[in-house]
Design a protein around this ligand. Structure first.
Ligand code: GLP
Length: 252
């Protein structure tokens, strides 16, 4: 890959476009044109700098911009690689975020932003088929894959069905919510109804997802039921639209 990588680089010192931006553009173009593929390792900063006879900081700036765009990804101790294209997410099989990421060979983690119990708001109460004034557990998590933010999720769970959840101290930063509920509450997730829509990210959610206010996100709302049809969770997930693509198989 290294010779074809270097063949794609042709920097013009007298161009009005800064060198780092030229490099950034040319590497992005090689990826788009398939000259370097997903998962390929990019030569080191030093190799690129020596080959192109430019300052290492210029190379660092170009690579950092591409990492920011999600085009390249850094693996600690291994180097910089061409990132996988958008994650494809099938909408037909009921899976958890943890299962989705494991299937792709990525490591899921979460930042737990809040965990509390409140009286369910009407929308949630309706979805979870709760009695008027019933409490729900609200769990807000930033979901990461290989340390990169992918989604922001707010899960609502009926307090009555999951007693002691708030105080049990489950390690939700490193463990799946579904696995936790299966193991400790014998919950079974059998069916879900989902709605998907697009909108622009605003304020805090954009900041947490690492995008700009106004960038597109996919909002996915889901109610998940046990095998007897009792609702177990109602979730709103905000996905970075640049990292996710939802795929549905339709049959006649
Ligand atoms: C997906 C679903 C959510 C669900 C979550 C559980 O992201 N859209 O509805 O709450 O998975 O994920 P995990 O078990 O990894 O915590």
């Amino acid at each position: 890959m290294t010779p074809s990588f270097f063949a794609g680089i042709d920097l013009q010192a007298d161009s009005p476009v800064p060198l780092y931006a030229q490099l950034q553009l040319q590497i992005r173009r090689m990826i788009e044109e398939g000259a370097i593929a997903c998962g390929d390792r990019v030569p080191s900063e030093r190799q690129i700098a020596e080959w192109a006879m430019i300052n290492r900081l210029t190379v660092r700036q170009a690579l950092a911009a591409l990492v920011n765009e999600g085009v390249l990804t850094r693996k600690r101790g291994l180097g910089t690689f061409v990132a996988q294209s958008k994650l494809e997410h099938g909408l037909v099989k009921l899976t958890s975020f943890t299962e989705d990421m494991h299937q792709r060979g990525m490591t899921p983690t979460s930042t737990v932003l809040s965990l509390k119990a409140i009286v369910a708001e009407p929308r949630v109460s309706l979805a979870l088929e709760l009695a008027h004034g019933e409490d729900v557990i609200v769990l807000e998590r930033l979901r990461l894959a290989d340390g990169r933010p992918m989604a922001l999720e707010v899960s609502h769970l009926p307090c009555r069905r999951f007693p002691g959840f708030l105080t049990a101290g489950y390690n939700l930063a490193h463990h799946s919510l579904y696995d936790t509920l299966r193991r400790h509450y014998h919950a079974e997730f059998a069916r879900a109804v989902e709605a998907l829509e697009a909108r622009s990210a605003v304020g805090r959610e954009a900041e947490l997802l690492g995008i700009m206010s106004g960038d597109p996100i996919l909002v996915r709302e889901r109610t998940t039921y046990d095998p007897t049809g009792v609702p177990l969770e109602h979730v709103r997930s905000l996905y970075r639209a640049d990292r996710y693509r939802f795929v549905i198989e339709v049959v006649k």
